[in-house]
Design a protein around this ligand. Structure first.
Ligand SMILES: [Zn+2]
Length: 248
C-alpha cells in the first residue's frame, strides 16, 4: 500500500509544470524581476501598479493616521516556509485602522527591510499581517536597527526551525508581540498607503502601515536572522501616483 502511494506521488511530480507556484526566489532565474512570468497567478507582480514595497521618503501628504494595536501575548506556531521565518497567532489580537478591525494572523521577517527611507534599508523588518472578517489585509511593518538586543526577537530566534520545516508548536505564552513596538500601542505613528503582498502572487488591496521609528536588535540577532532567511527583500516598486501619507 505504501509503495503505491509513493509511486503516485512521483508520477504527479513528473507531470507538474516546470515551475511550481512555490518555486520563486529573490535572485537568479526565478528572482524578483521574473516573478510575473513564472506563473499566470503571479501576473500582478509584473503588471500591477499598486505594488509593495516602496520608498517611504517620497511621501506626498502628511497626516495623523489612527492606528490602534490590541495584541495579546502568545503564539500558536512557528514555521520556516523556505522564504521566511513566520510565527502564527491564535485568534484574539487585532489592529484598528481607518475604522476597520483587522485580526492579527502572523508575523514574518525580511532581511534587509523591504521598504526603504530615502533609499536606505534597515537591516531587518517584521511584517505583522492582519485580515478583516471580509478578507481585507492590513500589514504593520516594524523596522529594526542595530543596537541593544531585543528580548522578544530572541525568543523567536531560540525557537526557530533551521530551514524548510513543517509548522511546529511554539511555547506560546512567552512571546508578546506588543513588546516589538517602538512605543505606545494605542498611539502609533505610521506611514500609510495602499499596496500589495511583497511576495508572489503580489495581490493588491493591502493596507500598508510602516512605523518610522525603529526598534533595536543586536548585531548577533540580525546576523542570526540573515543566516536563517538570506536576502529576502523585494526591490522597491514605483509609487505610480498613489497617496503616501507620512506621519506629522
Ligand atoms: Zn513581508
Amino acid at each position: 500500500m505504501r509503495k503505491t502511494v509513493i509511486s503516485l506521488v512521483a508520477a504527479t511530480a513528473l507531470a507538474a509544470p516546470a515551475v511550481a507556484a512555490t518555486d520563486w526566489t529573490y535572485t537568479g532565474d526565478t528572482g524578483a524581476d521574473r516573478w510575473g512570468q513564472l506563473h499566470q497567478d503571479f501576473e500582478l507582480c509584473e503588471r500591477g501598479i499598486m505594488q509593495s514595497p516602496i520608498d517611504l521618503g517620497q511621501a506626498n501628504a502628511t497626516g495623523e493616521v489612527e492606528v490602534d494595536v490590541m495584541w495579546q501575548p502568545g503564539l500558536q506556531s512557528l514555521v520556516h516556509n523556505g522564504h521566511t521565518l513566520q510565527a502564527n497567532f491564535a485568534p484574539g489580537s487585532a489592529m484598528m485602522s481607518g475604522g476597520k478591525t483587522f485580526n492579527l494572523v502572523q508575523v514574518h521577517f525580511h532581511t534587509p527591510s523591504e521598504h526603504t527611507v530615502d533609499g536606505e534599508h534597515y537591516p531587518l523588518t517584521a511584517h505583522f499581517v492582519h485580515a478583516s472578517d471580509a478578507g481585507e489585509l492590513a500589514v504593520l511593518g516594524v523596522m529594526f536597527e542595530e543596537g541593544a538586543a531585543n528580548a522578544e526577537l530572541q525568543k523567536l530566534i531560540d525557537a526557530a526551525p533551521p530551514a524548510h520545516t513543517e509548522t511546529m508548536d511554539f511555547d506560546a505564552a512567552g512571546f508578546n508581540p506588543a513588546a516589538m513596538l517602538p512605543g505606545d500601542a494605542e498611539d502609533i505613528a505610521v506611514y500609510r498607503y495602499m499596496g500589495s503582498l511583497t511576495t508572489p502572487p503580489c495581490s493588491e488591496g493591502v493596507n500598508w502601515h510602516v512605523i518610522p521609528a525603529p526598534v533595536s536588535a543586536s548585531a548577533e540577532q540580525i546576523a542570526a536572522m540573515e543566516t536563517a532567511m538570506g536576502m529576502t527583500a523585494r526591490p522597491v516598486q514605483l509609487l505610480n501616483g498613489r497617496l503616501l501619507v507620512a506621519p506629522e
